[in-house]
Design a binder for this molecule. Structure first.
Ligand code: G3H
Ligand code: 13P
Ligand code: ZN
Length: 335
């Protein structure tokens, strides 16, 4: 089995100056597409499931699909990650399911909408670390809030990460990875006009906590060609806009070791399915449209793996068990 704690992937990325893509999944085709891309490009990968994804798949289905991905791809290191956990209970449930990494999004209350205070965020993050670390499981936290609202996740208000708070937060929690808010948001409509991002903030935060892996959420680029396919085949996505890949690449040397991508995958899938429906309306076998959707996603993710600099690094990762990770934390005095 090639499931590893996410920390192993992030430490290697920090050292090698590349970022690991964290791709959201809900079903078999998405997992297969990501693994086909990882296998083709020899890339370590983070497969992540939101609470919504776990609920949609009835928890066990997604867990077993991820296990299947690991079984089928023994040479590809995979971190199985909970995206935007909203409470200790949710994180516990994911860890019990076998996730090797969890995000506790303590920037928002349990409703995933209302911003918390700094101390509230610290408290819930610490409680998750106290549970996860003795089990060797990686923890990602978030400081600051993203700008978008999507499916109930997000405050809708951008609250950029404060560098002083970031230093204090990492000192007091010893978290493995920190998601920073620099003006991105979830979804396909990130900016009304030109992208505005506080890229210098990443540089400042990194200069103060250089050993902490930083995470960029809301990092889909919303490629024009994918939006054009969706719109050409009956979709309606005017003014969709994302984060230019060049902006992401510019901060990878400054500690950004994990880049979250969901929306771009949704666009690739939806465009491919719409095309089949419009061009061949007589088709009704799900394989006739889910197959092309899977192929489109494989192409997209393969390109991301190259763009983020992750391609080719799979062989360098030490396949590490959760028990070995526990020993790592002990040696570092983090447990
Ligand atoms: O956090 C946002 C991700 O895109 C997951 O979205 O909650 O609709 O699964 P979701
Ligand atoms: P996008 O909506 O930009 O793909 O961001 C996904 C994300 O941050 C998941 O946590
Ligand atoms: Zn996110």
């Amino acid at each position: 089995m090639a499931l590893v704690p996410m920390r192993i992937l992030l430490d290697a990325a920090l050292k090698g100056t590349y970022a690991v893509g964290a791709y959201n999944v809900n079903n078999m085709e998405q997992i297969q597409a990501i693994m086909a891309a990882a296998s083709r490009t020899k890339t370590p990968v983070i497969i992540q499931a939101s609470r919504g994804a776990l609920k949609y798949s009835n928890f066990t289905y997604l867990k077993h699909l991820m296990d299947a991905a690991a079984e089928e791809n023994p040479d590809i290191p995979i971190a199985m990650h909970l995206d935007h956990g909203n409470s200790l209970d949710t994180c516990k449930k994911a860890i019990e399911l076998g996730f090797t990494s969890v995000m506790i999004d303590g920037s928002l209350k349990e409703d995933s909408k209302t911003p918390t205070t700094f101390e509230e965020n610290l408290d819930v993050t610490k409680s998750v670390i106290d549970y996860a670390r003795p089990r060797g499981v990686t923890v990602e936290a978030e400081l600051g809030t993203l700008g978008g609202i999507e499916d109930g996740v997000g405050s809708g208000r951008i609250n950029l990460t404060d560098p002083d708070q970031a230093v204090e937060f990492v000192e007091r929690t010893k978290v493995d990875a920190l998601a920073v808010a620099i003006g991105t948001s979830h979804g396909a409509y990130k900016f009304k006009e030109e992208p505005k991002l506080a890229l210098n903030l990443v540089k400042e935060i990194h200069s103060r906590i250089p050993e902490t892996a930083l995470v960029m959420h809301g990092s889909s680029s919303v490629p024009e060609d994918l939006v054009a396919i969706v719109n050409k085949y009956g979709g309606k996505m005017p003014n969709a806009r994302g984060v230019p890949i060049s902006a992401i690449q510019s901060v990878i040397p400054y500690g950004v070791a994990k880049v979250n991508i969901d929306t771009d995958g949704r666009l690739a899938i939806t465009g491919a399915i719409r095309k089949v429906f419009i061009e061949t309306p007589e088709k009704f076998d799900p394989r006739d449209y889910l197959g092309p959707a899977r192929t489109a996603l494989t192409e997209l993710v393969s390109q991301k793996m190259v763009d983020l600099g992750t391609a080719g690094h799979a062989g360098e990762i030490q396949m590490t068990s959760l028990d070995e990770m526990k020993a790592f934390y002990m040696n570092k005095g983090l447990l």
